[in-house]
Design a protein around this ligand. Sequence first.
Ligand code: A2P
Length: 382
Amino acid sequence: MRGEAEAEYRTSNIEVRVRQNSKFEIRCSMFEYKTGFKGRREMSKRKFNVAVAGATGAVGNQMIECLEERNFPVKSIKFLASSRSAGRTLRFRGDSVPVEEMTRKSFKGVDIALFSAGGGTSLEFSPVAAKAGCVVIDNSSAWRMDPDVPLVVPEVNPHAVADYKKKGIIANPNCSTIQMVVALNPIHRKCGIKRIVVSTYQAVSGTGKKAIHELYDQTRAMINFLDYKKNVYPHRIAFNCIPHIDVFLDNGYTKEEMKMVNETRKIMEDDSIGVTATTVRVPVFFSHSESVNIETEKHISADKVRALLKKAPGIKVVDDVGNKIYPLPIDAAGQDLTLVGRIRQDESIPNGINMWIVADNIRKGAATNAVQIAEILAEKYL
Ligand code: A2P
């Protein structure tokens, strides 16, 4: 442990430091993977009044960093959270910005609000913000399946942003869905995907900052033969896998699994795709991994899939098994590309492909995707 850091987690190329004030920092030394993003191309000259709702959370923190990194045209910035955080400050472009309690008056004069403050909060405050003339980009699941709210992954359906006018709200999809559709959409456009079978291996950061602390605390307790506490998950997450994300529904699936089914169809604009999912929480801090099997209408070889994905936006093919090279969560964390590897024929059916898809759930799975949507909005619609 160093300095004021409360918790640290390090691998050879990733360092996570959880501080006492609950802000955590991620450092990634895999610079060749570092986003591939070299600063925002020139946008419209207009600058925007931006609010980040849930600014003190895992995704909110990352949204602030993405706005900075991508040089989003910000005229003014407002950080909103619960009353617990009012009075704290967060940094933006070298300045200290106070965190304000989110109230119904917070959105006056705001052009774009990036929300990541939970579903209930979004249900209450997004319509208030929209009524004040602000466009909300919401990371919760509250609005995703509303027919009047577009659900957008910029690499897949950027045109859907235009529908923001219906309610003043754009939904950011579920983290596991985003990385899967980024990888599958190019194949669907070429060969038509009939069915997807996916199993996920999801990092604890997807549950928020409390879960990052829980994995760290339990791991530290166990390796020191101490008692551990369970606050966030129903079972110990350290040295374990929990096949239960979000609540169970009447059909025996979890809500997270059904999000993958319904959101995939909405984003890929094709209700005929069969999707079945098993979502699992694993003791990884950052980056979700997915084992994905697809059945296509037209045959496609593994080599052709590799060639197709190499040209596709937002993807890096990491697939050289002879040299033990495949996507790993520790390599995906801290950058914005979706890594795809282990691409191979499913030999049990005529038109099947298997692959392994990994992306940083807090960046491409949440904050980066939201800021990319804001960029489309700023460039084309506002
Ligand atoms: P706070 O830090 O004040 O609790 P995470 O997903 O990492 O747990 O973060 C959730 C984010 O949502 C935090 O910024 C949290 O603020 C914020 N939040 C939670 N409840 C509310 C609320 N009722 N009003 C505004 N922000 C909220």
